[in-house]
Each structure stands twice: as C-alpha cells, then as structure tokens.
Write a protein that binds this ligand. Structure first.
Ligand code: C2E
Ligand code: CA
Ligand code: CA
Length: 493
C-alpha cells in the first residue's frame, strides 16, 4: 500500500469516527429537544387548564354579581308580594311620561284604585289570605290593561295604572268599568269566597300640570268615587278643585308647621285603677290652624306621606318629652308611626340624645300599633329590641283591632298592652265583651305584661272593669287630653 493510500484510509477512519460521534451527539441533542418540546407541551396544557378554570371562575363571579344586581334592582323597583311596579318605579315612570307628554303630546291617563273591604278581610282572615287577595287583584288588573300600561302597587291596598297613549274619555271609562266588573264576582282564595270592591279615580293630565297635582287629582277623584258609593269610578273634574285647594293648602301648612310652631303636644293623663292617681300621660299631637285645634285623624296621614316630616315631628316630640320628664315625676307615652320602624334613624337619634342629655329612659313609653309592625316585621322587631335595651318601655297600642296580636305578643318585647276602646264601649250590655276582656287580661298576666284600658267614658263601663296594681285606665271619664299647663295643674293640685 502506498503511503498515500494509508493516509487516505486513516483520514477516512477519522472522518467515520467523527461522523459517528456527530451522529451520536445529534441523536442525544434531538432527544433533548424532543424532551423539552414535550415538557413545553405539558406546561402549555397545564396553563391552558388553569386559564380555563380561572375564566370559568370569573364567569361565575360575574354572573353572580349580575344576578345580585338584578335582584337588588328588582327589589328596588318592584313590589315583592305582587311583582307589580312599586311606588318608586311608579313615580319615576310618571315623571318620564309626563315629560314626554309636555314635549311631544303623548297623552295618558292616571287611575287610582282603592280596594273596598280589604281591611276587613285582612283583619278577619289574617295576613296570609290578605296577601293572596292582593296577588289576585294584581293579576286581574294586569290582565285587563295592555302590556305597555303600567300597573303599580303604591301602598297597602292602593294600586295605580298609567294608561299610555290614550286621551279618549270613552275608552278610559270602558277600562274602568271592566276593572269594576272584574271584581263583582267573589275572589276564590283557598276555600273562601271573598268579596272585594274597587273605587277608581281617574285624571287625564293637561299639558304642564304640576307633577304632584296629577297624583293629587287622581287621588281626590278616587276619594270622591269612594264617597259616591263603592264600586264606582269618577273622572276628576273642576268641581272637585275646591277639595284640591283645601288639601294643597293644608299640605303646605303642615310642611311648615314645625318651624312655625303650629304643632303642640297635648297630654291625656293615665291613672292607676286602684285610686285614680295620675301616673302617666299619653302625648297626643295637635295642629293649630286659625286658632282651632285640628284632629290628628286629618293631619297624621298627611305627615306620614313624607318620611322626613314624620321623623322630624316625632324627634321634636321626644325632645320636648325629655325636658318634661325632668319636671314631672310621671311617665309619658309617645306614639310611633310605622314609618319610624323601617330604619334605624330613631335609634340613632335616641343614642345621640342620650349622649348629650341624661334622662330616665324608663319614664318614656313608645306606643306601637300592630299595623306598624306588619309592614316589616324583622326590622321593626330589631328596633324594638334596641329600644328595650336602652331602657324605654314598649306598649302595644290598639290591641285587638288588628289580627295577629297574639303572635306579636309572643315574639316581641312589649311590656304593656293597651286594650282598644272598642272592647270597653259595650261592656255594660255585652256579657261576651266582658268575658273577652277578662280573658285578654288573664293572658296578659300570664305573659307578665301590664295593661292600660283605653277609652273609658262612663261610670257603667267603669263598674265592669277589673282593678289591680297592674291595670291602668285612660279615658274621658277621668281626663281628656289637656294642654301642658292644665296637665301641670292636675298633677300639682
Ligand atoms: P290613639 O293612639 O289610639 O290615641 C287615643 C285616642 O283616643 C286619642 O285621640 C284620644 O284623645 C282618644 N280617647 C282617649 N280617651 C277617649 C275616650 O274616653 N273616648 C273617646 N271617644 N276617645 C278617647 P286623638 O288624640 O284624636 O288621636 C287619634 C289617633 O291619632 C291616635 O290614636 C294616634 O293613632 C294618632 N296620633 C295622635 N297623636 C299622635 C302623635 O303624636 N304621633 C302619631 N304618630 N300619631 C298620633
Ligand atoms: Ca296611642
Ligand atoms: Ca290606642
């Protein structure tokens, strides 16, 4: 072999080795790359999984938030019991529709509907049946009007309908008749046949009416329809205007009464049943107009239209009574409207007052009626508990006029029940009423509650009344509501 050949073979071998080595290296590199790719793939899948999970979670969270917001929105705008628009939505819609009418002339009609006989059903058969009646009424009203019309429940048994794009009196009257006829047959609720009537007031707004006047006019027409006989509808007409002027004047007068010192508190003494000594007094609000005292039956409902006003008035009464507790050694009762038991402003006010002034909370009784409780039992019962903790005395007013007194007595922290005048009225002639009164008093004793008997007017009634240290009397036979100076005279002489 030539030296060249040998060299060539050696070179070839070296090259072969190098090639082998290279191949080996490449395979391992290749494997490494594959492994990395594999890992990357796995990582990618893992990441994708995580992203999917997070997206799902976010989606769930979003949906939950949306449905919560929708629920809140619904609660804010719709009546929970009937599903109809509530007072808030009604006012907003009316404002919008009125604006549209003023700008573009799309006329509309407003119907105010009041149920005749609802209170009787509620008192006789209880809230559950009462609630079903309201639901049935709501369904009936909705089925009579068109989809675009707005049916609302704006209060206990008060409904409104806004009929849109309509100004023909005939057609509106036909709709009102249809509603009245729909309630001529009894409502079938559970096993009961219940009769409910409707009184309808109608107003067809004119351009640039005041917003509040539209509502008041439909309301006045409804009030007149009720007076005209149940099951009637009436359009507002100018002859009703004097009523409108009267109400509007009174409303304005009342709004400014507090700052004009037109409210005064009168006090009706409450006496011990054993010796007729005055030990307390009920605070009764009066409005002075043209030197005359106006009855609370007239102005309390107007004050109650405005939650701020009823709060202002009651807080003013409390501040006056607190001063009196320092001068007279008797207790004072203050009537609390239902509206004051729907939020904690009363508690805040009293807590604040207590920090500023030292007074004996047990010298103040708060009187609450059953109707005040039925609207929002949970909040109301919390507020009552807080009042009790602060040392105030709680009294269930007008006991026996509502329906579920017994349930309230068991669940709520009342110290006193005030038995309504209607149990006293016929006492001398009705053995049944005598027995009824006796059993209420027995029950109160079992529950460890004190009693105030209200509305005693005659000696004959008095003769039939029990007397002991836990029973107190209040009525014209002993004392009428007095102005403050007379109360002082009665106590100090
Ligand atoms: P109420 O809380 O049941 O008050 C008792 C009412 O019965 C008072 O009428 C009182 O004058 C009257 N009365 C007491 N004894 C007799 C009697 O022997 N015979 C007769 N016929 N009546 C008697 P008033 O002052 O006209 O009050 C009527 C209602 O107005 C009260 O009923 C209460 O619901 C409301 N009210 C009165 N003052 C206030 C107040 O300051 N705040 C609130 N929220 N409501 C008040
Ligand atoms: Ca009272
Ligand atoms: Ca009462």
């Amino acid at each position: 072999m030539k030296a060249d050949e040998k060299l060539l073979i050696k070179e070839i071998k070296t090259l072969q080795k190098a090639a082998q080595l290279h191949a080996k290296y490449s395979v391992s590199q290749y494997k490494k790359v594959l492994n990395t790719l594999d890992e990357l793939q796995k990582e990618k899948e893992l990441l994708e999984e995580k992203v999917k999970e997070r997206t799902k979670h976010l989606e769930e969270e979003y949906n939950e938030k949306i449905s919560y917001a929708r629920r809140l929105d619904k609660i804010a705008k719709f009546d929970q019991l009937t599903g109809l628009a509530n007072r808030y939505l009604f006012f907003n819609e009316l404002k919008l529709i009125k604006k549209e009418f003023d700008l573009m002339g799309n006329s509309f009609a407003l119907l105010f509907i009041d149920l005749d006989g609802f209170k009787f059903i509620n008192d006789t058969y209880g809230h559950k049946i009462g609630d079903k009646v309201l639901q049935t009424v709501a369904d009936k009203l909705k089925s009579i009007v068109r989809k675009e019309d707005l049916v609302s429940r704006i209060g206990g048994d008060e409904f409104t309908i806004i009929l849109k794009n309509i100004d023909n009196k005939e057609i509106i009257a036909q709709i009102a008749k249809k509603i009245i006829n729909a309630f001529k047959r009894p409502l079938k609720i559970e096993d009961l046949n219940l009769y409910i009537g409707t009184s309808i007031g109608i107003y067809i707004p004119q351009k640039h009416d005041y917003f509040q006047d539209i509502i008041t006019k439909a309301d006045i027409a409804m009030y007149e329809a009720k007076k005209a006989g149940k099951g009637t509808y009436l359009f507002f007409d100018e002859s009703m205007k004097s009523e409108l002027i009267k109400i509007t004047k009174l409303r304005n007068y009342i709004k400014n009464a507090l700052k004009n010192n037109a409210f005064i508190n009168c006090f009706q003494p409450i006496v011990l049943s054993t010796n007729y000594q005055i030990i307390g007094a009920e605070t009764l609000l009066r409005l002075i107009q043209n030197n005359k005292l106006i009855s609370p039956a007239v102005f309390i409902p107007i004050i109650e239209e405005d939650i701020h006003l009823i709060k202002e008035v009651t807080f003013w009464q409390i501040s006056e009574i607190v001063k009196l507790t320092k001068k007279l050694d008797i207790f004072f009762t203050i009537n609390i409207s239902a509206k004051l038991l729907s939020d904690y402003d009363l508690i805040d006010y009293l807590t604040n007052l207590k920090q500023k002034i030292n007074f004996n909370t047990s010298q103040i009784h708060f009187e609450v009626t059953e109707t005040a409780l039925s609207s929002n039992l949970n909040t109301a019962s919390n507020i009552l508990l807080r009042l009790k903790k602060m040392g105030f005395i709680l009294s269930l007013d007008d006991f026996g006029t509502g329906y579920s007194s017994l349930a309230y007595l068991r669940e709520l922290p009342f110290d006193i029940i005030k038995i309504d005048k209607k149990f006293i009225d016929n006492l001398p002639f009705s053995e049944k009423d005598q027995k009824l009164l006796k059993s209420i008093i027995n029950m109160a004793e079992i529950l460890d509650m004190k009693i105030i008997l209200e509305g005693i007017e005659t000696q004959e009634q008095l003769k039939k009344l029990p007397e002991n240290k836990n029973i107190k009397y209040q009525g014209y036979l002993f004392h009428k509501p007095y102005k403050l100076n007379k109360l002082f005279n009665c106590i100090t002489h």
